[in-house]
Design a protein around this ligand. Structure first.
Ligand SMILES: Nc1ncnc2c1ncn2[C@@H]1O[C@H](COP(=O)(O)OP(=O)(O)OP(=O)(O)O)[C@@H](O)[C@H]1O
Ligand SMILES: [Mg+2]
Length: 258
């Protein structure tokens, strides 16, 4: 049977620009009104670090990646699935959208296991059941996904997951047309120059050579995986007005992995 659903677009909003007074949420709602099915995935690094400090917990990083111990996971779960997720839901409602927030644990939508013990309670990759998302998108809700997973092999305990990894996995599983990363830079930069069209092989080389580093690594890796899965991947600046709508409608305001 042909798929008669409107095309799905997966958007990841970075903790780096969350709460900024930009057009990102208005654009997500506009897409839902333009016969697209947006799915919003969010990060929340800076907010998690700030709540850990308030609670007297120290944020620890290994090779630029957050180490998540049991108290850290409690804070990450509360901040991601509670505070940030519900603020985004409220923000989308305020723009006239019909948003419902959930985490990857809900309906066991995201399943993973610890892949690198030095990072603690983190799933390095996830398996996706798109059922909960389809159930929401069918009647027209915009799902807002907090990046948590469950580990079935350990009694369904919660695990933290990088939000970029989640966005990439959801885009592939949903057969999305576009995967768009909204972040705080114009796209992938080399020596300050924006790389507009970035072939997969060059993207891989930029990671190996260290030109792509830190928080840009999981984004570029997710873009490479998405391209292989037939999804069009973009990294754009969230602070450029209406960059998201422009991007989904065919402009290339940032980096497109080709
Ligand atoms: N080659 C590169 N080009 C552009 N940015 C890069 C590059 N290498 C590393 N970066 C860094 O990646 C950052 C974006 O990733 P970061 O993880 O900080 O943001 P985010 O994913 O949008 O937010 P969050 O992780 O809080 O959800 C940029 O601000 C920049 O400092
Ligand atoms: Mg990041």
């Amino acid at each position: 049977m042909p798929d008669t659903n409107p095309p799905t677009v997966v958007i990841k909003i970075g903790g780096s620009t969350l709460g900024a007074d930009d057009t990102s949420l208005a654009d997500v709602v506009a897409l839902s009104q333009e016969a697209r099915r947006p799915v919003l995935v969010h990060g929340g690094g800076p907010e998690i670090t700030s709540w850990m400090k308030k609670l007297g917990l120290r944020a620890e990083f290994v090779r630029g990646l957050r180490v998540t111990d049991a108290p850290g996971l409690d804070v990450a779960s509360a901040v991601l699935a509670g505070l940030i997720n519900k603020r985004l839901v409220a923000g989308l409602l305020a723009e006239g959208g019909r948003a419902v927030g959930l985490s990857g644990a809900d309906g066991a939508m995201l399943r993973g296991r610890v892949t690198d013990a030095s990072l603690g309670l983190v799933a390095g990759s996830v398996e996706v059941d798109v059922g909960p998302l389809e159930a929401l998108m069918g009647p027209g809700y915009i799902p807002v996904v907090a990046p948590l997973a469950v580990d079935e092999s350990e009694g369904h305990r919660l695990l933290n997951v990088n939000a970029d990894t989640v966005a990439g996995a959801l885009a592939a599983a949903l057969g999305a047309t576009h995967l768009v990363f909204l972040t705080d830079v114009d796209g992938v930069l080399d020596d300050g120059r924006l790389l507009g069209h970035l072939p997969v092989a060059r993207a891989e080389a930029l990671i190996s050579s260290g030109i792509v580093k830190g928080g840009m690594i999981p984004k570029v890796q997710a873009c490479i995986d998405a391209r292989m899965a037939g999804v069009e991947p973009h990294i754009i600046n969230a602070t450029v007005p209406h960059a998201l709508v422009a991007c989904v409608n065919g402009a290339s305001p940032g980096t497109t992995v080709v």
